[in-house]
Design a binder for this molecule. Structure first.
Ligand SMILES: CC(C)(COP(=O)(O)OP(=O)(O)OC[C@H]1O[C@@H](n2cnc3c(N)ncnc32)[C@H](O)[C@@H]1OP(=O)(O)O)[C@@H](O)C(=O)NCCC(=O)NCCS
Length: 323
């Protein structure tokens, strides 16, 4: 029986025009560039303009990914969009993206796994493509976390930013070069749900709420969860820290990324870092980093790329992709 692989055809991203630097934040709350850089590695982040919503960011990123793939919106029959900051409670932000791209066939839906959302979306799309149900999928991570930040809380408002990234995945039968999504591993454990959450919601408060986090607790669990699920990916494929070309982690915090890479024995030069420029853009952070490393020529066809994320829930996930 011939097998179907989900192969990356294109990648694209979008960042809102406005940058908010650590110096800007120091004017708003009791913080400093030195504290933020030392604890997180973040120097600046992008913030969506008034009226600019998550689907606007996603549409820009999707168009960039389609251009990179040499495809048109008509070629897409599935959109899986990961976000925790949808335009509205419903309909799904993905259908606004679908309409914005002028696509009237196929299906589009949102997926919510907070900062792990992009890897969850990639795995979901991969499984749909492998069944033969769909041919080409836009996998998007798009967020406007600036809208759920308490801008008076220095412990959280300095950490996050807005942005979007997208991949075009194509179902390819009998892929000869071994390209495509090789494996994905998704985990969650709801016992940790109160360590990183939003204190409002449709059914609980009929409001949106603000992001709340026990930063130290998240940090304490992060490295172990990340490394566990990466070991799962290595065991499933026979790959290792030595055979991967690029490590593209969720960009939450430089210290978490560095500690994970050290624990796994991944060489620092293989680690793609954008957290300094983007902050934590939740589900958008991995495709933003992929787009950056693809655009500057680091990630090339045939490279083995390791993705990893961890976030609210807790959720955590890994994927290995032969680019
Ligand atoms: C949030 C985080 C950077 C805080 O770093 P930390 O070293 O744990 O710092 P603590 O929370 O222990 O706080 C240390 C001190 O800095 C202060 N502080 C917190 N935020 C500050 C800020 N923006 N500027 C200056 N000081 C700050 C605290 O009030 C505390 O002061 P105190 O000792 O007088 O009480 C760190 O816990 C972290 O990165 N956690 C993971 C967060 C994450 O990645 N979440 C997303 C996962 S998807």
């Amino acid at each position: 029986m011939s097998a179907i692989r989900s192969v990356v055809r294109g990648v694209g991203s979008y960042l809102p025009a406005r940058c908010l630097t650590n110096a800007d934040l120091a004017q708003m709350v009791d913080t400093s560039d030195e504290w933020i850089v030392q604890r997180t590695g973040i120097r600046t982040r992008h913030i969506a303009a008034e009226g600019e919503v998550t689907s606007d960011l996603a549409i820009h990123a999707a168009r960039a990914a389609l251009a990179d793939a040499g495809l048109t919106p008509d070629d897409i029959d599935l959109i899986v969009l990961a976000t925790s900051t949808p335009d509205n409670t419903f309909p799904a932000t993905a259908v606004s993206v679908q309409a914005g791209l002028g696509i009237t066939h196929g299906a589009a839906f949102d997926l919510q796994a907070v900062c792990s959302g992009f890897v969850f979306a990639l795995a979901t799309a991969d499984n749909f493509l492998k069944t033969g149900a769909y041919r080409r999928c836009l996998v998007i991570g798009a967020e406007t976390f600036s809208r759920i930040l308490d801008w008076s809380d220095r412990t959280t408002c300095v950490l996050f930013g807005d942005g979007a990234g997208a991949l075009v995945l194509e179902a390819v039968r009998d892929e000869e070069e071994g390209r495509g999504v090789l494996t994905s591993h998704l985990r969650s454990d709801g016992r940790h749900k109160n360590k990183l959450y939003v204190d409002g919601g449709v059914s609980s408060t009929r409001s949106v709420g603000f992001l709340r986090m026990e930063g130290r607790e998240v940090f304490r669990h992060a490295v172990g969860m990340i490394t566990d699920v990466i070991v799962d990916a290595f065991e499933a494929t026979g790959e290792s820290a030595d055979t991967i070309d690029w490590f593209v982690p969720h960009q939450a915090n430089r210290r978490i990324i560095d500690a994970s890479a050290v624990k796994l024995g991944i060489a620092p030069e293989k680690v793609v870092i954008t957290v300094d420029q983007h902050g934590n853009t939740s589900a958008a952070s991995i495709p933003l980093a992929l787009a950056a490393a693809h655009a500057d020529g680091r990630i090339k066809r045939g490279d083995l790329v390791l993705l990893e994320a961890m976030g609210g829930g807790f959720t955590w996930a890994s994927a290995l992709v032969r680019w």
